[in-house]
Design a binder for this molecule. Structure first.
Ligand SMILES: Cc1cc2nc3c(=O)[nH]c(=O)nc-3n(C[C@H](O)[C@H](O)[C@H](O)COP(=O)(O)O)c2cc1C
Ligand SMILES: Nc1ncnc2c1ncn2[C@@H]1O[C@H](COP(=O)(O)OP(=O)(O)O)[C@@H](O)[C@H]1O
Length: 306
């Protein structure tokens, strides 16, 4: 899969284009991509998305994304996609609806088939809708395929729903809608080296503050290490029991591993929320609670394998 971070490269051939933000690359997004991928024998399967602005001019944050753009690309790369165009939003923001279809979809992507969801908007001030897309697509001899919303429990699967589940700690529902577990990816950094004194060393990963963080608390998780998946337990939060700065971290104890992991880039999958983060009276109470959490994780994986 080739990834272009701007619109300067013309598609070498005709393409079946999936349009959308695709934040989360959830089950609904996959339907749109599958609709484009159904034309793979004939056309290159191309995802046209963009990197949203993170701050407003007044420095306030826009709505946070589920995943970083890098994670979005990684998830897209697991699907039948040949090319991803992911320009900065600024590059397409000013284009009128007609310019977007004629110039971007027509001249750059050579779109032959255009797939999108019912609520897809495009062009300056998001003025274009699916009806206008169908009309303008005729000018470039492309067909439009509108994919109806994919439902879960009778409700459309949406990035908004997933964000809400994440902030409620409902990781099971978030994972169901994502179609694959929510992940945290990052380099292992040094902490205060207290973990090992509690009998629970943890890999510490910094969290991107521009993404929608899961509810602070403890999660049953797993870590992919040298091609093998290990059970683990993760705390996401600011560890209020420990004095010091309050940068949110993901801290994960990997069960059955004793290895120096500093500097490694690792992926942690979250499976189940077990409790909120607490401020304990002392380190002994914290340690007791962590060991209780580890037991719960062991039990969870024992059930999974039986
Ligand atoms: C399973 C688990 C649960 C945790 N729960 C809490 C908690 O409820 N409150 C808290 O302040 N810290 C919690 N922590 C974070 C610990 O305080 C932290 O891992 C420990 O102090 C070691 O930090 P270090 O990596 O800087 O050495 C938890 C860590 C783990 C692995
Ligand atoms: N089972 C394990 N799970 C997580 N980290 C481990 C494990 N065994 C050894 N380690 C190593 O120990 C380090 C964590 O020890 P810890 O005392 O918590 O230090 P720090 O405060 O720097 O995170 C990890 O970064 C990793 O290199």
């Amino acid at each position: 899969m080739r990834v272009y971070r701007d619109l300067n490269t013309e598609s070498p051939a005709g393409s079946a284009v999936a349009l959308g933000m695709f934040d989360g690359v959830h089950l609904g997004h996959r339907r749109v991509i599958e609709a484009a991928a159904a034309h793979r024998e004939e056309w290159a399967v191309t995802v046209l998305t963009f990197v949203a602005r993170r701050e407003r001019p007044d420095k306030k944050l826009f709505q946070k994304d589920i995943f970083t753009p890098e994670e979005r690309v990684r998830r897209l790369s697991l699907l039948p996609v040949d090319m991803v165009y992911m320009p900065d939003f600024e590059e397409i923001r000013k284009l009128s609806a007609q310019e977007f279809v004629h110039q971007v979809l027509g001249e750059i992507l050579h779109a032959k088939v255009i797939c999108c969801g019912e609520d897809y908007r495009f062009g300056n001030h998001a003025a274009g809708n699916v009806e206008l897309l169908k009309r303008l697509a005729k000018d470039i001899c492309a067909k439009v395929q509108v994919v109806s919303p994919y439902l879960d429990c009778g409700e459309p699967v949406s990035s908004t729903r997933i964000r809400r589940y994440l902030s409620d700690g409902n990781i099971v529902s978030a994972n169901r809608l994502l179609g694959t577990p929510y992940t945290i990816e990052g380099t292992v950094v040094y902490g205060k080296q207290i973990g090992r004194t509690l009998g629970c060393p943890t890999i510490n990963q910094e969290l991107d503050l521009y993404i929608c963080l899961p509810k602070f608390g403890v999660y049953i998780s797993s870590v992919l290490l040298d091609g093998e998946e290990y059970p683990s337990i993760t705390n996401i939060g600011v560890k209020p029991t420990i004095a010091g700065e309050r940068q949110p971290l993901a801290e994960t104890h990997i069960i059955g591993v004793d290895q120096n992991l500093y500097g490694r880039r690792l992926t942690v999958k979250l499976h189940q929320f077990i409790r909120g983060e607490e401020r304990f009276e002392d380190l002994e109470q914290l340690s007791d609670s962590i060991h209780h959490d580890i037991e719960k994780a062991r039990h969870f994986f024992k059930r999974e394998t039986n």
